[in-house]
Design a protein around this ligand. Structure first.
Ligand code: FMN
Length: 198
């Protein structure tokens, strides 16, 4: 079968992001299962805060098309997001809100056509004791209910994430690594099953 392609997305663009580190560990776990992982930096999409007047005047920005194309090329998505006041970050939600405004144009599909039924693995990291669990549940609801993605049941919220990684970026606690592997393993299994010819 052709190589499984995953897209890694972080809801934090911050240098030294804990979620970026967790996403990198997840990407490594996916690569060790034979997947090819591409990463997209949401900040580099340069999407302004959604504004209907901007959309009316200039259309949906190019950055949303880049996100659509990256999602279209992927068999599944690995996503890590911080929790801001119990919610996923504005960067994450704004990016997918713009994506949802893209209509089909010639051969280019609509934004929501490329997310529909796309397998999704969700993780989060926080220095706090819940690891971003509250936001993870909203992220799951948003990306499945509104954006039509298909999250696997497993998820992992890494608490005290500021203490969780060694200098090489690996998770120090084997239980954390096992929880991460459970998400990645489920994502790889579902994405591979959907990719295989029926
Ligand atoms: C506006 C704001 C709100 C936050 N709210 C929460 C929160 O509700 N729960 C939590 O665990 N951490 C919260 N934090 C702390 C973040 O978890 C912490 O900054 C984390 O390092 C962000 O993820 P990153 O390292 O991937 O950028 C908040 C941080 C900011 C800036």
């Amino acid at each position: 079968m052709a190589t499984l392609k995953l897209l890694a997305i972080s809801g934090s663009a911050r240098n030294g992001s804990l979620n970026g580190r967790l996403l990198a560990a997840a990407a490594q776990a996916a690569a060790s299962r034979g997947a090819q992982v591409e990463t997209i930096d949401l900040r580099s999409l340069a999407l302004p805060l959604y504004d209907g007047d901007l959309e009316k005047g200039a259309g949906v920005p190019e950055g949303a098309k880049r996100l659509r194309d990256a999602l279209q090329a992927a068999d599944g998505v690995l996503l890590a997001t911080p929790e801001y006041n119990g919610f996923p970050t504005p960067l994450l939600v704004n990016s997918f809100d713009w994506l949802s405004r893209l209509q089909a144009d010639g051969a280019a599909p609509a934004g929501l056509a490329v997310t529909a039924g796309k397998p999704l693995g969700l993780v989060s990291a926080s220095p706090g004791l819940l690891g971003g669990l509250r936001s993870l549940n909203f992220t799951r609801q948003y990306l499945s209910m509104a954006i039509a993605m298909m999250p696997v049941p497993q998820q992992f919220a890494l608490a005290k994430a500021n203490e969780a990684f060694d200098e090489a970026g690996a998770l120090k606690d084997p239980k954390h690594q096992a929880a991460l592997e459970a998400v990645v393993g489920a994502l790889v299994r579902v994405a591979a099953a959907l990719k295989s010819p029926s």
